[in-house]
Design a protein around this ligand. Sequence first.
Ligand code: UDX
Length: 437
Amino acid sequence: MRISVFGCGYLGAVHAACMASLGHDVVGVDVIEDHVALLGRGQAPFFEPGLPEMLQEALATGRLEFTTDASRAAGCDVHFVCVGTPQKRGENAADLTYVRTALTTLLPMLRAGDVVVGKSTVPVGTGEDLRERIVEVQPDAELIWNPEFLREGFAVQDTLHPDRFVYGVSDTGAGRRAAGVLDEVYAAALADGTPKIECDLATAQLVKVAANSFLATKISFINAMAELCEATGADVTMLADAIGHDARIGRTFLNAGVGFGGGCLPKDIRAFMARAGELGVDQALSFLREVDSINMRRRVRMVDLAREVCGGSIVGRRVAVLGAAFKPDSDDIRDPPALSVAAQMQLQGAHVTVTDPQALDNARKKWPELAYETEVLAAVAEAEAVLLLTEWPEYVALDPTVVKQAVAVPRIIDGRNCLDPRAWRAAGWTYRALGRP
Ligand code: UDX
């Protein structure tokens, strides 16, 4: 099939490459010239394992191109809208400017039978508005809402082998025909038995924000338990293991620590609350305000714990922070717990040095006042406290004896509960963690 992808960020670039790898002809459209140029050379503008290889393979077949010229999308049968929906400045609501602009660009190109597929995370109701605009201009084109659940770090695998497809389809002949077209796009994964849920437009838009709200709630639940554990001397990791054995609860997304960040969970729960307010059902989601607060409190607690460990003051103390990205296997520094803690400590008088395997270039641009080192041992040199805030495998595997030789005082705070306390204590470290004695 001939496919266009509007927006070549984390979602769109991966989607475009994966669709081309499945044999479709794909044109990726974006307004950022540098990103388009990089993608066209088979380089990803961000760190995503497996993506450069997939881009290079797909580009070599001649089935994939990236452009800033949106008119190249004319003649495509299926148009994916993958642009970002960031949080509005000073508000909880989502900014839909990019979605609306993409559609305005697309409208004059639509031919009878074309299918527009919405993938961006939007407030429920957006899809219905977009569909109205489409059928007004081209009555024989159709819109499907097909949310994307990919995780950064696993984006290629999640796109090629999703755990489910959700199609939000209008209850019309055109809707059913459009669903058939999307089935052709996803033929390979559907043939492998990937479940598909076909529903109305509103449900499909809600599925995405409901899923992210559930995940955020799960993380904040265990972080709330961590607060209880801190007050009672209990161990939140053992608590998570024990409740996680209950199949109804499950152990995934129960890792207590410095909390969630990134370009999705924080802004999605806020946009969801804002939308619920507009719909007059804000009470239904008032618990998400608490989910957000619990999450943010963990960052404050981390700074307090560092102060406690340093003997009551961090002023003038040398502190090393391991990790900058919002999670491992990513260079994404949107709302990153690690850098948020690092910046707070710096503002409160500590001398903070940050290291990260992938995110340092991005971090330097946004937080130029922090010091950065590419090597762990250089970052921890003469440190009076080390904070592990993003659980990159290389940090989890650090040898406490080796690291001890570099620091001034062997104090470690495990902000992700990913180290073995016994090993670190046995090597002579003061080990502290969130939610653990
Ligand atoms: C998320 C959703 O998982 C994905 O389905 C959706 O499409 C986009 O948003 P992503 O933002 O890539 O994906 O990150 P995710 O793996 O969900 O992690 C989010 C944050 O939660 C990270 O900061 C991570 O460190 C934190 N987290 C995750 C925890 O603090 N504890 C956990 O147990 C799990």
